[in-house]
Design a protein around this ligand. Structure first.
Ligand code: URA
Length: 247
């Protein structure tokens, strides 16, 4: 899979198979006992032996198990799906990533259940942490359809930062009017329901919300709601640059 850093560490075979979604640790033990796992073509006797995931070839019943240390997907989140890894009532964004190799993927931040658009899905915890860090102020741009009349000076109010109903003040936002009742708003933080609350504070209701971009990552117009694709190497590098992880 694209991106990620070189890994030279050793990893237990059962952990490798579990992380690649092939077998639980106890199943791996059993598979090894039955001689169904090979490392570099040799059947292994025990699943607790160590391997080098980036060098060794592991196969299960003769089929190579591909190794992905990190995975990165761009999802166009549809409405009705929750930004979580598990949920008792609704499908999750993770359940939409049918090609996932890793079992430890999660969404980077949250979109409301009725919000559509760009969501990054990965298992790169350090990148996610940096992208969400309030200190990094990564831009997020949303398309909103509004009910109600925007005040004449809404751009100025947004640019000065909005005092929300609980008294907290947002960082400055950039508001642009589009056709009819549509606008875009760029914000630099991620308070709970932030966009909806910013518009409520100026007397409007958001009736449709879609995230268009997050930092350098722009929603691919080819993706319909519910569709996803892996990030390109350039997109991963751009995210690493914006979080200051690489020059
Ligand atoms: N702001 C909101 O109000 N909702 C979202 O889903 C994202 C940003």
């Amino acid at each position: 899979m694209a991106g990620g850093k070189k890994q030279k560490e050793l990893m237990r075979l059962d952990k490798f198979l579990a992380e690649m979604g092939q077998a639980t640790r106890s199943q791996a033990k059993e598979l090894a006992r039955k001689g169904r796992i090979q490392v570099n073509g040799e059947a292994v006797k025990s699943a607790d032996q160590k391997i080098r995931p980036d060098q060794d070839t592991v196969s299960l019943d003769g089929v190579t198990v591909g190794y992905a240390r990190t995975e990165y997907y761009m999802l166009n989140k549809p409405q009705g799906v929750v930004s979580a890894t598990e949920d008792r009532h609704f499908p999750t964004v993770i359940s939409l990533i049918g090609d996932a190799v890793r079992k430890d993927l999660f969404p980077v931040g949250r979109l409301d259940i009725d919000t559509e658009g760009l969501l990054l899905i990965t298992n790169d915890g350090a990148l996610a942490h940096d992208l969400l860090s309030p200190k990094k102020h990564v831009d997020k741009t949303y398309l909103a359809r509004l009910e109600g009349r925007l005040p004449e000076d809404a751009e100025k109010q947004m640019a000065e930062g909005i005092v929300l109903e609980d008294g907290t003040k947002t960082l400055p936002g950039v508001l642009k009017r589009l056709e009819g009742q549509e606008v875009t708003l760029t914000i630099h933080e991620g308070k709970f329901h932030q966009v909806k609350r910013m518009f409520e504070a100026v007397g409007c209701r958001v009736i449709y919300l879609k995230r268009l971009s997050m930092g350098p990552l722009v929603l691919d117009e080819k993706l319909k709601p519910g569709e996803y694709r892996p990030l390109s190497g350039d997109e991963i590098r751009a995210l690493e640059r914006v979080t200051g992880r690489t020059e």
